[in-house]
Design a protein around this ligand. Structure first.
Ligand code: FPP
Length: 239
C-alpha cells in the first residue's frame, strides 16, 4: 500500500460522540485527545512522514466558557505529554495558528515542545491551534506588505512560493490527503491555500472512534484514486 506523504485531519465529532453515549462533551474531548496520541504512533508505523491536525479553530473560542476552559486544560496536559510521544516517535512537533492568543504558560509549553523536538525528522506533526486559514493568510500578507514597505521585496517578485513562505506551514509540503471525521463535508477554514490539489476523504466515524483500522481504510481509498488518475500531483488546473 502506497501511503500519502502528508495526511491532514479535521478532528470532528467529539461532542456528538459523547452525547450519543449519554456523556458530557468534555468526555468526548478527553477520548479525542487520547486518540491523537495513538494515531501518531500509527502514522509513524505506516510510514507517513507528515501529519497535520485541526484541533482548535479561531472560531472555537465562541464555545461555552466551560468547554473552552476544559479544552485549555486538555491542551496543557497534552503539550507536556507530547514531549514523550515526540521522543518515542522521533517526531518533530510544530504548532500552526496564532499562538499569541493563548495564556503565557501554554505559549511556554508550546515553545518547549517545539524546541525539544526540533531535530527529530521521522514524523512531522503539526497541530493547528487557534488556527484559521484566512487569519493565517492575513498574517502572511501583513508580513509581505511590511517587507515591501521596507524596500526588501518588490511587488513584482511576489510569487506563489513567496506566499507559501509567509504561511505558518512554511517549509512543510502540502497535504496529499485530507480526512474529515464525523460526517460534515466542508473545510471550515482549514489550510485553504495548502489543500489546492489534495484528495479529500469524509467519513461518518467520529474522531474518538477513528483508529488505525479506519485510517488504513482511508488510505486504501486514497490508493484507489491514485491508481485511477495516475497520481494526483500531475493534474492540471482543470482536473
Ligand atoms: C471537534 O469535535 C473537536 C474539537 C473542536 C476539539 C478537538 C480537540 C481534541 C481532539 C482534543 C485534543 C487535542 C489536542 C491538541 C490535545 P466537536 O466538539 O466539534 O464535536 P461535535 O461537532 O460533535 O460537537
Amino acid at each position: 500500500m502506497k501511503v500519502p506523504n502528508h495526511v491532514a485531519i479535521i478532528l470532528d465529532g467529539n461532542g456528538r460522540w459523547a452525547k450519543a453515549k449519554g456523556m458530557p462533551r468534555s468526555y468526548g474531548h478527553k477520548k479525542g485527545c487520547e486518540n491523537l496520541e495513538t494515531i501518531c504512533d500509527d502514522m509513524k508505523e505506516l510510514g507517513i512522514k507528515y501529519l497535520t491536525v485541526y484541533a482548535f479553530s479561531t472560531e472555537n473560542w465562541k464555545r461555552s466558557k466551560e468547554e473552552v476552559g476544559y479544552l485549555m486544560t486538555l491542551f496543557r496536559g497534552y503539550l507536556k505529554k507530547c514531549i514523550k510521544i515526540s521522543e518515542r516517535n522521533r517526531m518533530r512537533v510544530r504548532i500552526i495558528g496564532d499562538k499569541t492568543g493563548f495564556d503565557r504558560d501554554i505559549q511556554e509549553s508550546i515553545q518547549r515542545l517545539e524546541e525539544f523536538s526540533k531535530d527529530f525528522d521521522e514524523l512531522h506533526f503539526q497541530i493547528a491551534l487557534n488556527y484559521g486559514s484566512r487569519d493565517e493568510i492575513r498574517r502572511g500578507v501583513q508580513k509581505i506588505a511590511q517587507k515591501v514597505q521596507a524596500g526588501e521585496l518588490l511587488p513584482e517578485d511576489i510569487s506563489e512560493s513567496t506566499i507559501g513562505d509567509f504561511l505558518d506551514t512554511q517549509g512543510i509540503p502540502d497535504p496529499d490527503f485530507l480526512i474529515r471525521t464525523s460526517g460534515e463535508q466542508r473545510l471550515s477554514n482549514f489550510l485553504l491555500w495548502q489543500l489546492a490539489y489534495t484528495e479529500f476523504y469524509f467519513t461518518e466515524v467520529a474522531w474518538p472512534d477513528f483508529h488505525r483500522k479506519e485510517l488504513v481504510k482511508a488510505i486504501e481509498k486514497y490508493n484507489e484514486r491514485d491508481r485511477r488518475y495516475g497520481g494526483v500531483k500531475e493534474e492540471g488546473a482543470c482536473s
